[in-house]
Ligand binder design. Structure first.
Ligand SMILES: Cc1cc2nc3c(=O)[nH]c(=O)nc-3n(C[C@H](O)[C@H](O)[C@H](O)COP(=O)(O)OP(=O)(O)OC[C@H]3O[C@@H](n4cnc5c(N)ncnc54)[C@H](O)[C@@H]3O)c2cc1C
Length: 456
């Protein structure tokens, strides 16, 4: 059985090109020293201290700009967020470096001191069906191979108005109620993209990927934003509510205060833009409003459960194929890379993820335990602790990451990245057509916008 990877189903077309084009400037950016430019008298306000905002702020700061970062929360990192309350680094947002070769996060992780573990485990995963029946590895592998083949051709049968789910169900009705297939679609497609009933049947496999191993952060992904934030002027607990770019100087309203700047870089997530929680004066151009509306924002929630002792398979992943799709259907064995942690991490996606946000901790534990008891028997102990996320309700993102919903066109990512009047700039994972929905995409978008402002 192959490992479950976000973005791994995507065909490796053109993969080498962006790597070759991007790497030199990225290396240069991460090696640039603070004093290579004198102060230039220009002020930039960066809204949001996620990885995109921090990458831009660091580079602009190094180039002599007066940079002020306004962050709504009391810590940096945004969706690179680590909860260490149980003594285990539980990453609530990103966990993996997706493809380490040429990936700017690989270098950053080394510089920042983020430790990682390679999650390869061909043939070492355990996959269980309802009733605790171990699924045959060959059947699993064959279904996975067939899935890759379907994913390489399904778009030929779709049209712009149809969702992935509609086209798939029409073409493969026998797979609609097959639990193994529902599991594969859930973890290989929904996790990677978004709700299948709203995922574009034409653009479900868009985006580039880096080659090389998948590595999971072991001491916390927030190590990287903390490193990038060093020495920057970051004002925490500052929620921006208005950006007025009517005059030469841009006025930014945050917590009742107003700060002026020559340039403003907006890095708030797509979900925040969709919710119109920031007022733009004048209103954003129609082309940008359309892009905000058309792109999808998905929901993925993560759950960490701890026990006094392990009772599960000593494999990297434990897979379960439940009757309800997108529901706690695989477990990352944290003990594999953190031997002192008797913990499993599991996931919910799309509508089921949103549903979990209305459930109490006891209800969530109860539902997860139904799956684990089905595999390992009724005598397994209850967990000692639960940590969980609620990304849909989170007012700092209103969702997990962007995806190509029905109605999306790839130019919408570029429309989101388009600057206004050489004064208002936009970064964030949702502005990076090649690498949207990832930590590296967000980082690259920050560098891209910093370069634009520097070029002015
Ligand atoms: C559950 C989950 C799993 C993921 N898994 C992976 C993975 O394994 N690998 C991977 O590469 N990527 C993964 N990602 C995606 C990755 O985390 C994001 O693409 C990336 O962190 C986004 O960075 P960003 O700078 O664009 O946005 P953010 O990190 O969201 O930063 C935006 C910042 O803006 C702030 N903000 C919002 N509104 C305001 C306001 N009004 N005023 C001021 N500040 C504001 C927010 O608080 C936040 O700090 C995952 C994401 C999630 C949620």
């Amino acid at each position: 059985m192959k490992q479950i990877n976000r973005r791994k189903f995507i065909e490796k077309t053109l993969t080498g090109l962006p790597v070759l084009l991007l790497t030199p400037s990225l290396l240069a950016s991460s090696c640039t020293k603070r004093d290579d430019n004198e102060p230039n008298g220009k002020t930039v306000i960066v809204i949001g201290a996620g990885i995109s905002g921090l990458a831009a702020a660091k580079k602009l700061n190094e180039k002599g700009f007066n940079v002020i970062v306004l962050e709504a929360q009391d810590k940096v990192g945004g969706r690179l967020r680590t909860n260490r309350s149980l003594g285990i680094a539980f990453d609530e947002g990103a966990s993996w470096i997706h493809g380490i070769n040429g990936n700017p996060i690989t270098t950053l992780a080394q510089e920042a001191g983020m430790t990682t573990f390679e999650t390869i485990d061909d043939q070492s995963g355990a996959c269980y069906d309802i009733g605790g029946i171990l699924r045959n590895a060959t059947t699993y592998d064959n279904a996975q191979t067939e899935l890759y083949s379907i994913l390489s051709s399904l778009k030929n049968s779709g049209n712009a108005a149809q969702s992935f789910e509609t086209v798939f169900n029409n073409l493969y009705p026998a797979k609609v109620n097959d639990r193994l297939w529902q599991f594969l679609l859930s973890t290989y497609v929904t996790f990677d993209t978004g709700d299948l009933n709203n995922l574009s049947s034409l653009l479900y496999d868009e985006g580039e990927e880096f080659d090389g191993a998948e590595k999971i952060a072991t001491n916390g992904y927030d190590t990287i934003p903390k490193y990038l934030a060093t020495g920057l002027n970051i004002q925490m607990n500052q929620r921006v509510t208005k950006i007025d770019y009517t005059n030469a100087k841009v006025k930014v309203t945050h917590n009742g205060a107003e700060t002026e700047a020559d340039y403003v870089l907006v890095t708030v997530p797509l979900g925040v833009l969709k919710n119109n929680t920031i007022q733009f004066l004048p209103a954003l151009p129609t082309i940008k409003q359309t892009a905000i509306q058309k792109l999808g924002m998905n929901c993925v929630n993560k759950f960490l459960l701890t026990w006094n002792n392990t009772f599960w398979d000593n494999t990297q992943y434990i897979v379960y194929t439940p009757a309800i799709k997108d529901k706690f259907n695989y477990f990352v064995n944290v003990n594999k890379f953190n031997p002192t942690a008797n913990a499993l991490m599991t996931f919910a996606y799309a509508d089921y993820a949103r549903q979990t946000e209305t459930m109490s901790d006891a209800q969530v534990i109860g539902e997860i335990m139904v799956h684990l008891k089905d595999i390992y028997g009724n005598s397994i102990p209850s967990p000692t602790n639960l940590l969980r996320t609620k990304w849909q309700a989170n007012e700092n993102s209103f969702g997990a990451y962007s995806y190509t919903a029905v109605g999306t066109e790839m130019r919408h990512f570029d429309d989101l990245a388009e600057e206004i009047n050489d004064k208002i700039f936009f970064a964030g994972e949702h502005t990076e057509a090649d690498y949207f929905s990832t930590a590296h995409g967000a980082y690259l978008s920050g560098i891209r916008e910093a370069d634009k402002i520097i070029a002015l």
